[in-house]
Write a protein that binds this ligand. Sequence first.
Ligand code: PEP
Ligand code: MN
Length: 337
Amino acid sequence: MIIVMASRKQEDVDVVVSKVEELGYKAHVILGVERTVIAAVGDERGKSRLTALEALPYVEQVFPILKPFKLAGREVKPEPTVVQCGPVKIGAGHFCVMAGPCAVESREQILEIAAAVREAGANMFRGGAYKPRTSPYSFQGMEEAGLKLLREAGDKYGMPIVTEVMTVEQVPVVADYADMLQVGARNMQNFGLLRAVGKTSTPVLLKRGMMSTINEFIMSAEYILSEGNPNVVLCERGIRTFETETRNTLDIQAVPVLRKYTHLPVVVDPSHAAGHWDLVIPMARASVAAGADGIMVEVHPRPSEAFSDGQQSLKPSKFKLMMEEIAPLLKLMGQTL
Ligand code: PEP
Ligand code: MN
């Protein structure tokens, strides 16, 4: 249920929050630009008791949230959410470019790529220290040593870092080093992991599962929000279709569809969607044109030597070209980097 406050006074909000909690619901206070609302989330069956709160003088209205996603939807928060990740803002006209290698491979590799992407204009640095690989015999990542290298590179070149966390047990260590926790496509419906990252206050980049619908995607974001972490950025990264020419099919329509239903920022990863480097620049342009709040791109100076995903990695010179090509589109779309 949505409780629209007639008052914005903290003490009035506190009274309603405690009444909502007494009735056995979780209360999420959403401070909008024009109004404060309290989302009461829990068992739908007792909602008539919440409706009674309308009798309070500082409550304007109580009405049900119709969509299955309560906190992620625009019903409860019409204005776009801006996620703050270190000094970088994402959403509502603040564009982010997250760039870096698929995996952290060595100190030299990480520092070389960080310098190159920063120089070209990236404002966030990516790289996997824990890698979800199809084969258990493939390179699994440098783990905590990799996190240390990412932190060093991020600090040296002034970029917040985003890196994947694969298990509940890894959450504390990854949150110790990272500015943003990535939940990968394969874990989009790992509900234990979603709850665990939701219990932190670190921003989360939630990637769409390769076989997930948009509704399921938003419901996964809802798990994180319902645990109290409002800092969620959604990432469209391609879905599996019958097409075999590309690694995945970039569902570019997901950008405006997500925009319609949710206030959360939406970024696109053209690298994992395409699976081949020569498709990344056109798909990055398409992402900006579709209204994305950011892109995530894999970059490697020597793609043929990369431990993973070399075929879809841009060389630094191509990444620079991509940045030049998206610049006029960003301007057109009213986005600033
Ligand atoms: C990644 O970004 O490194 C990654 C593994 O992506 P995805 O989860 O989208 O496959
Ligand atoms: Mn990759």
